[in-house]
Each structure stands twice: as structure tokens, then as C-alpha cells.
Design a protein around this ligand. Structure first.
Ligand code: SF4
Length: 287
């Protein structure tokens, strides 16, 4: 449960806008129970209502960041409006994207309203990305384009923080990503072990030793931050495409009722979230 007693509690809320993605990673976690509830991202008035609910937490916390995720959030045609609406309510915004649509679907105006831009990168190799499923019709993301876009983004928004997320999986655990990562120079490189959270990802689990091998290869990178499975469980506040908080359990994802129905405060009381673990993940820095 979130303890707002100290009124200094920063929070990051991840809204997984939609399930579809232009890539098809074998371990993808974007797989939620179907519901009769509407898909919130598709309806502007529902999206605004949900973002307003998130904004209401600013009365209790000095720092609220809303992270737009997916699936691939840049497939949402109304993403600029969401970022702008949230920004105008005083929320810090971030987005986590696979990078392939970044120059086409993320406007520089939206970039100017972000506090953090995250790119998920598992491999520098076209072949490995194909094996992971991180490609469309055999074509993986062009990281030269991403690097160019990030340079431009830093120019127009000097406060922008850049993050890279990497999931260590069956196909990249013995790869050395140092060169690409050092070219991107993110503020944080988050390295996660594939989490067997969904029926799909359960088949993709790797051994501790494989994750450790990746750690040894990249330990020299100062901004690398390793998150093993136990660090991840219950340390994220996540909203699904139907506007429900969800969290990991042994039986897969569990859900609260819709935040639009029961309100943010009640929904937060019903979610299994360990603020202590969340704080450790951020180690005093909310980036
Ligand atoms: S890029 Fe992300 S959302 Fe898309 S398939 Fe891969 S893990 Fe899933």
C-alpha cells in the first residue's frame, strides 16, 4: 500500500495504454485479461478522466510521474494530446517506446513536455532482434535514427532524461551491448531479467547464471542498474488498457476494479505495491 503520511512520497505510475505493438517479442508482458470495460486510450474523455485521477495524487505527493507504455504507445494516434493534457495538469511525463516509430509518431512539441524518454533495446544485432521478435517483417529498429532523434530531443529539451531498458533473455544474455549503449549515453540503463509474468513470458525464462553473465559483461558501465525478478515484483504501479491497476502474482496478473469507477484513492488501497521496493529501485533518484 502507498503511505502518504510523510507527504514526500514520489510516485511513478505506468499506464499501459494499449496491447498492440508493431513488434512481437517472444517474452512480451503486454497481455491482459479481456474485459467488457472500454479501452481508455481510445476515448479522449476517458483518458482525460484517468489522467485527472492521477493528477489528483499531487495533493499528496510532491512528484508524480506518468509513464506512457504499451504495447507500443506511439501507435496511439492521440498520444500528443495525452502528453499535453497531463503536462498542463503539472504531471511529469515519460514514455517508454521500442524506438522504431519515434521520429514518425513523436512530435518535438511532445518531447518538450517530457521529463524522461525511455527506449527499450535488447540487442544491437539485426539477427538477434529477429530471434527475439523485436522486428517487423524481419526489420529491426534502426538505432542510428534513434540516436539522431535523441540528440535532437536533448537540444530542444535540455532537462530531458534518457533511459534505456534492456530485458536479458534467451537470445541476448551473452551479447556485449556496451558500444551501442555508450553511444546513446542514457542517464540510466535499466537491465531486467525476463520476468515469467504471463503465459508467453513463462516459456522464456533464463537461468540466474545467464543474467549474471550479462551483468559481468556490463558491470563497467556506470549508469547500468540491474533489476532481477525479485526486485521487480510489486515494485511497479501499473495501469492496464482498461484503466485497472494490475500487479504480478503467482497466478499471473491480478486486477483492481477500474480506477474510473472506484477512484484513484480506493484503487491504490487495493493494489499490491511495495513502496519500500519501489524506493530501492530509484535509490533516491526518480529518473
Ligand atoms: S517492443 Fe515491447 S511491447 Fe513490443 S512486443 Fe516487444 S516487449 Fe512487447
Amino acid at each position: 500500500m502507498v503511505d502518504f503520511q510523510k507527504k514526500t512520497t514520489p510516485l511513478v505510475i505506468n499506464w499501459h495504454l494499449l496491447e498492440p505493438c508493431n513488434f512481437g517479442c517472444r517474452y512480451c508482458y503486454a497481455q491482459w485479461n479481456k474485459s467488457q470495460l472500454p479501452l481508455v486510450f481510445k476515448e479522449r474523455h476517458l483518458s482525460e478522466k484517468l489522467i485527472s485521477q492521477i493528477a489528483s495524487l499531487q495533493k499528496k505527493s510532491p512528484y508524480i510521474r506518468l509513464s506512457f507504455a504499451g504495447g507500443e504507445p506511439l501507435l496511439d494516434k492521440d498520444i500528443s494530446h495525452k502528453i499535453g493534457f497531463s503536462y498542463n495538469l503539472g504531471i511529469k511525463n515519460s514514455i517508454i517506446t521500442n524506438g522504431s516509430l519515434i521520429s514518425k509518431n513523436l512530435s518535438l512539441d511532445s518531447v518538450s513536455k517530457l521529463s524522461m524518454l525511455g527506449i527499450s533495446i535488447d540487442s544491437a544485432s539485426q539477427k538477434t532482434n529477429q530471434k527475439i521478435g523485436r522486428s517487423l517483417n524481419g526489420k529491426a529498429c534502426n538505432y542510428e535514427n534513434v540516436i539522431r532523434f535523441l540528440d535532437e530531443s536533448r537540444d530542444i529539451n535540455p532537462n530531458l532524461r534518457i533511459k534505456v531498458n534492456t530485458v536479458v533473455n534467451q537470445f541476448n544474455w551473452n551479447e556485449d551491448l556496451s558500444e551501442l549503449i555508450m553511444r546513446i549515453k542514457p542517464d540510466k540503463w535499466k537491465i531486467l531479467r525476463v520476468l515469467p509474468a504471463t503465459p508467453k513470458s513463462k516459456k522464456e525464462a533464463i537461468y540466474y547464471e545467464q543474467y549474471e553473465q550479462f551483468r559481468v559483461t556490463h558491470n563497467h558501465i556506470p549508469f547500468a542498474q540491474f533489476e532481477d525478478n525479485s526486485d521487480m515484483i510489486c515494485s511497479y504501479l501499473m495501469i492496464d488498457p482498461h484503466g485497472r491497476f494490475f500487479y504480478n502474482s503467482e497466478e499471473g496478473y491480478k486486477y483492481t476494479e477500474s480506477i474510473l469507477k472506484i477512484g484513484m484513492e480506493t484503487a491504490l488501497k487495493n493494489v499490491n505495491f511495495d513502496y519500500g521496493k519501489f524506493s530501492i529501485r530509484y535509490r533516491g533518484s526518480i529518473v
